[in-house]
Ligand binder design. Structure first.
Ligand code: SAH
Length: 257
């Protein structure tokens, strides 16, 4: 099958080269860098193509999000024993009691949070992720916007994400260790914010660090009931909330570990 080829941005994000392009690779060409420590190679390429087909069937439409899902090798972000399941639409454990979200959840979140930005705006946009985990979603975000900051509170995961991302060389992604509930004030404002863990409310610091017109997506709730909340900063002191689907994420915790 052939993947839709995303039209080129007027100015491609700086990382377009680093991730073998956030675009569908030419047929027969591996999307994984040749130095990637993976025995899966082309097999993973076609497994990803099947995953992308399933995402399209599930309603994901954004061509750039689909191209990023094709380009980023999810199997490099899970432990080798789970690599063969990396392209199933399932959440997988990443250690420290945390999980990597299902590809369909990640794709949908990215599609929603970036929906208002044109390709040119995305190329210049700055995004924040709270909850780096294994670094997979951060790599996808870096394929889609100009600059990404991702914060993780568990040292072991922060370090693991760094080593997972090293072979992919993603120059426009900065990983930070700390409590993401405080955001990254020195890098604000952000045009898009994605929170990958559920708190009982959205931290004020994150709302304050949104640029005018920016979107933030965060699961809100407890261990039993959660829903995905979409916030848009509609004015200097106004934010609009839309409650989307039910969700199931690991908890947003305070401090570091
Ligand atoms: N986006 C991740 C998903 C990881 S799961 C991925 O692609 O793998 C959510 C992550 O949020 C966990 O790693 C958890 O440790 C982290 N987390 C929870 N509370 C946090 C906080 N206050 N600041 C930063 N990270 C947090």
């Amino acid at each position: 099958m052939t993947l839709p080829r995303a039209p080129r941005a007027a100015r491609a994000p700086a990382n377009a080269r680093a991730l073998s392009g956030a675009r569908a690779p030419a047929p027969g060409r591996a999307a994984t860098p040749s130095s990637a420590p993976s025995g899966l190679g082309l097999a993973s390429d076609s497994a990803r193509a099947r995953m992308v087909l399933d995402l399209r069937k599930a309603g994901v439409r954004d061509p750039d999000v689909l191209a990023a899902m094709q380009a980023v090798p999810r199997h490099l972000f899970v432990e080798p024993a789970l690599a063969s399941r990396a392209y199933e639409d399932v959440a997988l454990p990443i250690g420290h009691g945390q999980t990597i979200s299902r590809p369909s959840t990640v794709a949908r979140m990215l599609e929603i949070v970036l929906a208002r930005l044109s390709r040119e705006q995305r190329a210049r946009a700055r995004a924040l992720e709270v909850g780096t985990g294994c670094g997979y979603q951060a790599a996808l975000m870096a394929a889609l916007v100009g600059e990404v900051i991702s914060i993780e509170r568990v040292r072991g995961l922060h370090d693991a994400a760094r080593s997972n991302l090293r072979p992919l060389r993603v120059p426009n992604l900065r990983l930070m260790f700390g409590d993401g509930r405080l955001g990254a004030p020195s890098s604000a404002p952000f045009d898009a914010v994605v929170v990958a863990a559920a708190g009982d409310e959205i931290p004020d610091a994150l709302l304050e660090q949104m640029a005018p017109g920016a979107r933030l997506l965060a699961p809100v709730g407890d261990g039993v009931r959660q829903a995905l909340h979409l916030v848009e900063r509609s004015g200097d002191r106004t934010w609009e909330l839309t409650v989307l689907d039910e969700a199931r994420f690991v908890p947003l915790r305070s401090g570091t570990a």
